[in-house]
Write a protein that binds this ligand. Structure first.
Ligand code: SF4
Ligand code: SF4
Length: 268
């Protein structure tokens, strides 16, 4: 049986957003390319596999906040710092726990990674006064940190809490630096880029891109993340999206997220 409670929890978020005064988004400033030769990147998360992975890790380590391989790989590749004061940590990818009604006959909980959704209509880009936040034709939403003035309008506009503000110089919280990805400075906003450097290099080589989180999950855990071009009907992600229950987070706010969540095991 499909877990209607799960879907209600997630769909309920959009109703909550409406009550919170989040207006539907009218349209993206630049828009993604309609050219069939330009990819439209997206990610699909198998929620049941993620839940299995995180539960196993928590059991093994006894740490309810343990970072799974996807988050570790994201942080390492993208130079995401870790401070002693966890409140100062920027978060590009985080694991969220959803607990269902405690009164429920069948109590259950599940885990999902949350990250920037690289929305088709990115609310963040629409409010950015300096155009530091922009959308590429392939759908990747980027921040030019040299243009970012740290006003944080984008953080208020994003319905997913996908952005972090650097209260500290991030370089002070890095144990090592990956030279492939530029480090950021204090006073600017940062977020997931779908590992844009990996995407662009793979495209130059004519290969299928595999962001750091996707690769780590495939190599060290459950292969719960799939990344690809949803304009190509024969891509793995397109094929998987045609099966099972696939949802977007907060569909009612009009951003049209391109990170999708799938509940495979519960398909009848
Ligand atoms: S998830 Fe938030 S930060 Fe990412 S593109 Fe959508 S509105 Fe912007
Ligand atoms: S904090 Fe930076 S990226 Fe965000 S809206 Fe302001 S200038 Fe744009």
């Amino acid at each position: 049986m499909i877990s209607r409670r799960r879907l209600l929890i997630l769909a309920g978020a959009s109703a909550a957003a409406a009550f919170a005064g989040v207006s539907p988004i009218a349209g993206s400033p630049e828009g993604t390319s309609k050219d069939p030769n330009v990819p439209r990147w997206a990610m699909l998360v198998d929620v049941d596999k993620c839940t299995e992975c995180v539960k196993e890790l928590i059991k093994k380590t006894g740490d309810p906040h343990v970072k799974p391989p996807c988050v570790v790989a994201c942080d390492e590749f993208n130079n995401v710092p870790e401070f002693e004061d966890k409140k100062k940590d920027p978060q590009w990818m985080r694991i969220a726990k959803f607990s269902l009604d405690k009164e429920s006959v069948e109590p259950e909980e599940f885990y999902m990674p949350l990250l920037c959704n690289h929305c088709e209509h990115p609310a963040c880009a629409q409010v950015c006064p300096t155009k530091a936040t922009f959308q590429r034709p392939d759908g990747i939403v980027m921040i030019d940190t040299h243009r970012c003035i740290g006003c944080r309008y984008c953080m208020i506009a994003c319905p997913y809490g996908a952005r972090s503000f650097n209260f500290e110089d991030p370089r002070k919280g890095l144990r090592h630096i990956n030279p492939e990805v530029p480090t950021r400075s204090r006073g600017v906003v940062e977020k997931c880029t779908f590992c844009v450097q990996i995407v662009d290099e793979a495209m130059e080589r004519g290969e299928a891109p595999e962001p750091a989180c996707v690769k780590a999950c495939r190599l060290y855990s459950k292969n719960a993340l799939v990344f690809g071009n949803v304009k190509d009907p024969n891509s793995e992600i397109s094929k998987l999206m045609r099966t099972g229950y696939v949802i977007q987070l907060r569909p009612g706010v009009g951003t049209d997220p391109y990170v999708f969540y799938k509940f495979i095991k519960e398909r009848p």
